[in-house]
Design a protein around this ligand. Structure first.
Ligand code: AP5
Length: 191
């Protein structure tokens, strides 16, 4: 069973490709963004209240919150193919992921990094915002917050690439291709 991480800036296509891996290749998608958004949509969730403002401003939520969520999910899905979408987001999370996998005697097979011009991200996020009903629009899908999300990506998440390079499990792919072409590159790496 494969365990893979999709790494890349906001809007690069991590969620889109994760969904294809779920539909076509029997993967479980663990998206910390989706899990946190579902807490926010539950008006009784204290966790949702705690993370709402941070997510809406494009900042990362505290490590202990996402780590707690992910560690439980790893335990639950350890015998399945897992695609980690949006986790890890910094070196601390990357190290915790390694140790929580080790605890159940498994390891990460691949970290796949989407290379993409930041300019394209703006277009993609604008398109997504324009095509989504107002009631379902993501509060962080606007130009100002996107710029902050990109800065947070550069300062916190990008250093993980070097960490996975040292471990010899990084693959870089061209995230500017058509969706099916990106998917083909990913499947070539993981098969
Ligand atoms: P998260 O939900 O993870 O969002 P993100 O990383 O900003 O990424 P997106 O979901 O916007 O983009 P994506 O790369 O998945 O692209 P997608 O496939 O959707 O995180 C949100 C927030 O939650 C964070 O800011 C933080 O606050 C918090 N958070 C989450 N995880 C955390 C963690 N581990 N630690 C701390 N905080 C955390 O595609 C985007 C658009 O482009 C779509 O419209 C799609 O149709 C289109 N598209 C995709 N691929 C292509 C293509 N090849 N060609 C043309 N269009 C394409």
């Amino acid at each position: 069973m494969k365990k893979i991480v999709l790494l890349g800036p906001p809007g690069c296509g991590k969620g889109t490709q994760s969904k294809l891996l779920v539909e076509k290749d029997n993967f479980v998608q663990l998206s910390t963004g989706d899990l946190l958004r579902s807490e926010i949509s539950n008006s009784n969730s204290d966790l949702g209240k705690k993370v709402k403002d941070l997510m809406e401003s494009g900042e990362l939520v505290p490590d202990d919150i996402v780590i707690d969520i992910i560690v439980k999910k790893v335990e639950k899905h350890k015998k399945e193919n897992i695609v980690f979408d949006g986790f890890p987001r910094n070196l601390k999370q990357a190290k915790v992921l390694d140790s929580s996998l080790e605890n159940v005697s498994i390891k990460l097979d691949h970290a796949i990094f989407f290379e993409i011009d930041f300019q394209i991200l703006q277009e993609r996020i604008n398109t997504r915002a324009n095509e989504t009903k107002d009631s379902e629009k993501r509060k962080d899908d606007n130009s100002k917050t996107l710029l902050n999300r990109i800065e947070v990506f550069k300062s916190s998440t990008l250093p993980i690439v070097g960490y996975y390079e040292e471990k010899g499990i990084i693959s870089k792919i061209n995230g500017m291709q058509m969706v099916n072409e990106v998917y083909a590159e990913i499947t070539k790496i993981i098969c």
